[in-house]
Ligand binder design. Structure first.
Ligand SMILES: NC(=O)c1ccc[n+]([C@@H]2O[C@H](COP(=O)([O-])OP(=O)(O)OC[C@H]3O[C@@H](n4cnc5c(N)ncnc54)[C@H](O)[C@@H]3O)[C@@H](O)[C@H]2O)c1
Length: 348
């Protein structure tokens, strides 16, 4: 059982505390937060309280640090911890840009310690449904994927609306959705176009759409909106044999696919609710079938189990630094496209 110290005991620090209570290969040994008020709950639970970051690094009983501090602190704290011989799990976004992340990866290689990122949304049920549907060929070859999250409350009024703290939705939710997409589509990204706005929070992005084109011909739209009162589906996937939709966090949705790939054109004009049109006329019902979304089982605690096993040299990391670097390279290009208004050619 590895001893973990949670650094930063806010919303996500509490999440880690609850997850580690199930002892998935590691347990919460202690906590450090710069704000003493935040240490009251872990104190009541009998966790070891650290009063400085350096004190955490000096304690030989500590195996792994979980950095759940605001985004701008991840880089320096991870490097310090790795140099002190600790293993490190960083919250997402692991860094503010790829240069920072390259320095962190170099520090982990020098130290020979485990370094990974809490990309927990790889374990989300909606994502696993899409991944399984594609892997099981339920909609044929996918050619266009839309992945979006849309809230209606704006950006939480904390460090997330401050640019210098690593605020903004690209680094917040964008990093999850891009990580999912790169882990789903096994092909290099060859062009990136961004539409990015600051609608209600002028210092940071609070609404963006990113169009990713992959070398294998597939395109993907990744969208995050914080001011939308009528949300579009969480996932909409177009394949050569059908369409998949996952509507929202309740994972409702379905697959509709053709029974045969042949077209059934009526000889003349067709009169539809949309007026006279053959192109947009509904498909004859007997040519399509509706499938329920496949059932998937996921356990987000596998993330911690894997890190504990990787520390013992028994498993390869599931969230590899090289994968995190790919995500950060895409994010750099997304910001560049937002700044220039042009698409960025790349090979990521
Ligand atoms: N993986 C996920 O699904 C997910 C979800 C939410 C947040 N996060 C990430 O977790 C991190 C924290 O987010 P949060 O929502 O918990 O924020 P938060 O503001 O709720 O908590 C941050 C905590 O860090 C403490 N802190 C700030 N500076 C510190 C320092 N220098 N040293 C020690 N403690 C310090 C604050 O006092 C606070 O208690 C962010 O990187 C965020 O992106 C990840």
């Amino acid at each position: 059982m590895k001893n973990a110290v949670i650094v930063g005991f806010g919303g996500m620090g509490n999440y880690h505390r609850k997850s580690l209570a199930k002892e998935p290969g590691m347990r919460a040994y202690g906590v450090y937060d710069i704000n003493p008020e935040k240490m009251k709950v872990p104190a009541a639970e009998g966790l070891h309280l650290f009063h400085s970051f350096e004190e955490v690094l000096r304690d030989p009983a500590v195996d792994v640090l979980i950095l759940s501090v605001p985004n701008n602190f991840h880089h320096d704290m991870a490097i310090q911890a790795l140099e002190a011989g600790k293993n490190v799990i960083s919250e997402k976004p692991v860094a503010l840009n790829s240069k920072e992340l390259e320095e962190m990866i170099a520090a982990s290689k020098r130290a020979g310690k485990i370094f990974t990122v809490h990309q927990n949304r790889r374990w989300d049920t909606d994502y696993r449904i899409v991944k399984k549907s594609i892997a099981d060929n339920l909609i044929g070859k996918p050619f266009y994927i839309e992945s979006r999250v849309q809230g209606s409350n704006g950006v939480p009024g904390d460090w997330r609306c401050v640019k210098s703290s690593g605020g903004g939705m690209l680094l917040d939710w964008g990093v999850h959705l891009i990580d999912q997409m790169l882990y789903l589509v096994k092909s290099p990204v060859v062009s990136i176009f961004t539409h990015m706005l600051s609608i209600r929070f002028k210092d940071v992005d609070d609404n963006f759409k990113v169009l990713l084109r992959f070398e294998n011909g597939l395109s993907a739209l990744v969208e995050v909106d914080t001011w939308c009162l009528i949300p579009l589906p969480r996932w909409h996937v177009s394949g050569t044999d059908g369409t998949l939709v996952v509507r929202g966090w309740d994972n409702s949705g379905e697959i509709v696919r053709v029974k045969e790939r042949t077209e059934h054109w009526e000889p003349g004009i067709v009169y539809t609710a949309a007026g006279p049109t053959r192109t947009m006329a509904p498909r004859p019902i007997e040519t399509i079938e509706k499938l329920p979304l496949p059932h998937v089982e996921t356990d987000e605690l596998d993330f911690y189990r894997n890190v504990a096993a990787a520390i013992d040299g028994k498993e390869e990391l599931l969230v590899k630094p090289s994968e995190a670097l790919r995500v950060m390279n895409v994010i750099d290009a997304v910001f560049l496209s937002a700044k220039t208004g042009a698409s960025v050619a790349c090979h990521i």
